[in-house]
Design a protein around this ligand. Structure first.
Ligand code: SF4
Length: 281
């Protein structure tokens, strides 16, 4: 694990990139593509859907539809059938075709590189535009998906919940040359360790650099210390009596009392000449 230190956000983000790179040497952007157009289509199909499932269906589609014009001119019913494995396939078929029609009519079929131009395309929001710019054009852009948002909040780079505001905070915090890798690693880590339902802080390599991780470690230590104290208080061999209460009786003490009680009963029987266990008839 990396050492815990107070750092400015840029240095902290850089150290997180290094720690996560070492922990996840295979981490990469998970959608398969070769051109900006393929990535744009894949991103539309991947909305609220799994990247690996998109990767399963795109190779034959990318082989068949090679240009924005090919996508825009495809028979909608046929394309719908080809996208059936994707959630919301009817809406996504329309989205891909509308977006590609705009590319053809306004950008000569070429995917633009600038954020402002991308944002004019239908079904392209800031996340899609930034992910596309980073991965297709190498721009130092931060695409805030649910994993990036969740980890940025937990680690402590932002307190915002709005994706655009989170992007703003991360853009201030993360150095330009770390941004692309930072996003890949947060997505990868978020799917495997920092899960939405329950983060696995105990096995997380960035725990010393993470606000949530440090806080949960403190809580766990305090809980363990409290448990030890409580257990010690209940230990009959070590506990001190609390004010106003009798000292807890050890097993040996209880046995001794029982023996004394038995001997006293025997002495009484010997004096009276009769058993105390049965009343005389
Ligand atoms: S320490 Fe916990 S909350 Fe922080 S990044 Fe790791 S798993 Fe997520």
């Amino acid at each position: 694990m990396v050492a815990a230190r107070k750092k400015d956000d840029g240095a902290r983000a850089h150290e997180i990139v290094q720690a996560l790179s070492a922990a996840h040497p295979d981490a990469r952007f998970e959608l398969d593509f070769e051109t900006p157009l393929e990535l744009l289509v894949a991103l539309i199909l991947a909305a609220q859907f799994r990247d690996d499932r998109v990767n399963q269906i795109t190779p034959p589609l990318f082989a068949r539809y090679r240009t924005a014009h090919d996508w825009a001119a495809a028979d909608p019913a046929e394309l719908e059938q080809q996208l059936r494995a994707v959630n919301f396939y009817r809406q996504k078929t329309k989205a891909v075709q509308r977006c590609c029609s705009e590319l053809v009519s306004r950008f000569g079929g070429v995917v633009p590189e600038s954020l402002d131009d991308l944002l004019t395309l239908p079904h392209v929001g800031r996340k899609t535009a930034n992910v596309l710019r980073a991965n297709a054009f190498g721009a130092p852009a931060i695409g805030v998906d649910r994993h990036v948002a969740r980890l940025a909040q937990r680690i402590g780079f932002t307190r915002k919940t709005d994706p655009d505001e989170i992007e703003h905070d991360l853009t201030k915090a993360v150095r330009p040359d770390d941004r692309i890798r930072f996003c890949h690693l947060l997505q990868w880590h978020g799917r495997r360790v920092c899960l939405a339902r329950e983060p696995r802080c105990a096995v997380c390599v960035v725990q010393p650099l993470c606000d949530f991780g440090r806080s949960s470690a403190r809580t766990a230590r305090a809980g363990a210390a409290s448990k030890r104290t409580t257990t010690a208080g209940r230990n009959p061999t070590t506990a001190k009596p609390r004010a106003g209460r009798a000292a807890p009786r050890t097993d040996a003490g209880a046995i001794g009392t029982a023996v004394r009680r038995n001997e006293k009963a025997k002495a009484t029987r010997a004096q009276t000449g009769r058993s105390t266990s049965r009343p005389p008839r």
